[in-house]
Design a protein around this ligand. Structure first.
Ligand code: AMP
Ligand code: ZN
Length: 466
């Protein structure tokens, strides 16, 4: 059985041959830990979890190394820490934000059935390797020091831009690079930059006397080299990372190590969308994994239903996140589990499942095969296939909890109405306030008004009428 994977580097589907079948090496760009993950962020995690499981099956569980980093140094983290913990020194506030977010991320991804990667390196624990790599780039003439920064010199690399296949204009627009006067070329990007007083900082490379911190791209180049070596098998991430992040990772790693490749195969998942638009923090059209698990559209959804819903679409296609589709995924699992949970699993994963996965992770085909097994009442085979894919096959794990009061108590809607009612009261529009109270009552929600004893502010609690 051979595994084929679509390679962004060559833009075609290719047979996969590991550099060393005794140690197949996979790197996936992980989260920047400043805020909890939305369901779009979970897409690469689930996709590469399926790949990890397949590789372990093919090459043996002890012969695959999966590295997914944690970016714990970033401007967004600094901003978040200053906002959330204004009373703390910045470094302490940052630690609080990163520790909390990292723990939440791990819990969320486990709830989605993703096994932990082999290594989850933190950027802040690899600063030494980053500095060494930057010094090597300077020594080789691929980077230069300017005003406390170290910049990568794109003119030092003849095929810069080839990976993402962009013209110079497109790259300039896509990178939204700072046009700093000290740059030799507007496309040159930051490897290291000065820190402001109070911000996290480390001794700088390049003979720079003032302390600073790494740029984002160098983090992945250093962490992948530290854990997987200079050239490894597969590098993955979302399609938005092709440029500039992966283009720059490749430039840094190849120039520092003097290799033709950083990774043999580059894999990118498509976007998870809402009504045709990429789900993202900046557009505000996101739903967090936590929200889905604890209450979205009237229900707390089991992680396994989120997982199946994700795998219904091939990983390179855009995926529209809808309630209807999530509902169907949940019903499907409920049906399957009801039939399989009383059966012992068969000893081997069915060949048709492994074959479909081996065709560039064709999960829609896999799911069609699962339906076939169910239809043919091959429950032992269905059970082992489910477990292969990260599903528990136990109904107890996928009970979809209706929020108290059922659909009517859809939390977001209740909170919205309560906020609107408080606004109306503040504006002395008591008719509107009473109308909203009636609307909530009709939904089965009882309000309890109280005054905050300290601030004197009116607050409202609610419960479901019994
Ligand atoms: P970020 O926190 O934006 O760096 O994203 C972390 C990971 O999630 C990266 O691999 C992104 O490519 C991926 N990602 C972010 N948004 C989406 C989305 N809407 N659909 C699929 N993947 C996404
Ligand atoms: Zn990366």
């Amino acid at each position: 059985m051979s595994l084929t994977i679509y390679n962004t580097l060559t833009r075609r589907k290719e047979a996969f041959t590991p550099l060393d079948p005794a140690n197949v090496r996979l790197y996936v760009c992980g989260p920047t830990v400043y805020d909890c993950a939305h369901i779009g962020n979970a897409r690469p995690v689930i996709v590469f979890d399926v790949l990890f499981r397949l590789l372990r099956y093919v090459y043996g569980p002890d012969h695959v190394t999966y590295v997914r980093n944690i970016t714990d140094v970033d401007d967004k983290i600094n901003a978040r820490a200053a906002k959330d913990y204004p009373e703390l020194p910045l470094n302490e506030a940052i630690r609080k934000v990163t520790e909390k977010t990292e723990a939440q991320f791990r819990d969320d991804m486990r709830a989605l059935g993703a096994v932990d990667p082999t290594v989850e390196p933190r950027a802040t624990e690899h600063i030494g390797q980053m500095c060494a790599m930057i010094d090597r780039l300077i020594a080789k003439g691929s980077a230069y020091v300017a005003e406390g920064h170290v910049l990568f010199s794109v003119s030092s690399m003849s095929d810069y831009g080839k990976f993402s296949g962009r013209s110079l204009d497109e790259m300039l627009a896509g990178a939204r690079v700072e046009v700093a006067p000290f740059k030799h070329d507007p496309m040159d990007f930051v490897l290291w930059k000065p820190s402001k007083p109070g911000e996290p900082s480390w001794p700088s490379p390049g003979g720079i006397e003032t302390p600073g911190r790494p740029g984002w791209h160098i983090e992945c180049s250093a962490m992948s080299a530290a854990h997987l070596g200079e050239v490894f098998d597969i590098h993955g991430g979302g399609i938005d990372l092709v440029f500039p992040h992966h283009e720059n990772e490749i430039a840094q790693s190849r120039c520092a190590h003097g290799t033709d490749l950083m990774a043999q195969v580059w894999m990118h998942n498509g976007f998870l969308q809402v009504e045709g638009e990429k789900m993202s923090k900046s557009l505000g059209n996101f739903v967090t994994v936590q929200e889905l698990l604890t209450g979205w559209q009237g229900y707390a959804w089991p992680g396994e239903a989120l997982r199946l819903n994700m795998l219904r679409t091939h990983y390179r296609q855009p995926l529209d996140w809808t309630r209807v589709s999530l509902d169907e995924a949940h019903k499907t699992l409920w049906d399957w589990y009801g039939d399989v949970e009383a059966h012992e699993p068969a000893s081997e994963a069915p060949a048709a499942i492994v074959e479909a996965l081996s065709d560039d992770l064709n999960t829609p085909k896999v799911i069609a095969e699962l339906h076939k097994l169910h239809g043919a009442r091959q429950f032992a085979e269905l059970r082992v296939a489910l477990s292969f894919l990260g599903f528990s096959a136990s109904r107890a794990n996928i009970e979809r909890a209706s929020l108290e009061g059922g659909e009517a108590a859809e939390r977001g809607k209740v909170d919205e109405l309560i906020a609107a009612r408080l606004e109306a009261r503040k504006a002395k529009d008591f008719a509107e306030a009473d109308r909203i109270r009636d609307e909530l009552e009709a939904m089965g929600i009882v309000l309890m008004d109280a005054k905050d004893p300290e601030t004197g502010e009116l607050t409202t609690k609610w419960e479901v009428a019994r």
